[in-house]
Write a protein that binds this ligand. Structure first.
Ligand SMILES: O=C(CO)COP(=O)(O)O
Length: 254
């Protein structure tokens, strides 16, 4: 089953409205492969979502970086899935390691968020990934399987989920996983999905890689059979994001 390459730009907690306008102009002017070759989604901070939505080319999608676990209400400082739907924001990133680790979001809490966001009609970029200590102690697969299991236990339909493998040791460190390291975990994750959610889900879910992806290392990573795209942090704020989007054409040469 064809899995359309997916490139997400996670802008994290960066930028001013002027910066946002500059990045959006850069994206709007870029020539990129068509939508059947690559799906592009950018994720600005909440406060800039309406601005980006109003300015961004229509063939690129927009994602929030988080949302509340259940229906909105008396939850000061939170943004609900319903609000994102109300603003026509189709995507949300959930379970990013910066939230798991800095804000103590547990596997179960992330699983609940994914299930609730999907139930409201959002599409979800769900993040999993191990720390350096976990990798060095040989528990990478156990960690990402437990994170994925907490989602699988709460979700029956995976059509609107993109799974992002983001090893924590590679995020913002300049220390990218080698293509072989990425491919190894992606294969294992697909195998896990095959065993636990069935062959159709395993064949169709896009598993994307995140962690120090840049304009130079993207092609070799994109060439890996089970790497279906990227979730890009730092480089998504720069012109090289366009090169990363273009690395999708590596798949079309197969
Ligand atoms: O966390 C990431 C994307 O969600 C990756 O960040 P960097 O690309 O800056 O390493």
């Amino acid at each position: 089953m064809a899995r359309t390459f997916f490139v997400g730009g996670n802008w994290k907690c960066n930028g001013t409205s002027d910066d946002v306008k500059k990045i959006v102009s850069m994206l709007n002017e870029a020539e990129v492969p068509p939508e059947d070759v690559v799906e592009v989604v950018v994720s600005p901070p909440y406060v800039f979502l309406p601005l980006v939505k109003s300015l961004l080319r229509s063939d690129f999608g927009v994602a929030a970086q988080n949302c509340w676990v259940r229906k909105g209400g008396a939850f000061t400082g939170e943004i609900s899935a319903e609000m994102l739907v109300n603003l026509n924001i189709p995507w949300v990133i959930l379970g990013h390691s910066e939230r798991r680790l800095l804000l103590n979001e547990s596997n179960e809490f992330v699983g609940d968020k994914v299930a609730y966001a999907l139930s409201q009609g959002l599409k979800v970029i769900a993040c999993v990934g191990e720390t350096l200590e976990q990798r060095e102690s040989g528990s990478t697969m156990a960690v990402v399987a437990a994170q994925t299991k907490a989602i699988a236990e709460r979700v029956l339909n995976w059509d609107n989920i993109v799974l992002a493998y983001e090893p924590v040791w590679a995020i913002g460190t300049g220390k990218v996983a080698t293509p072989a390291q990425a491919q190894e975990v992606h294969t294992e994750l697909r195998k896990w999905l095959h065993e636990n959610t069935g062959p159709e889900v395993a064949a169709s879910v896009r598993i994307i890689y995140g962690g120090s992806v840049n304009g130079k290392n993207c092609k070799e990573l994109a060439a890996q059979a089970d790497v279906d795209g990227f979730l890009v942090g730092g480089a998504s704020l720069k012109p090289e994001f366009i090169d990363i989007i273009k690395s999708s054409t590596v798949k079309n040469n197969n």
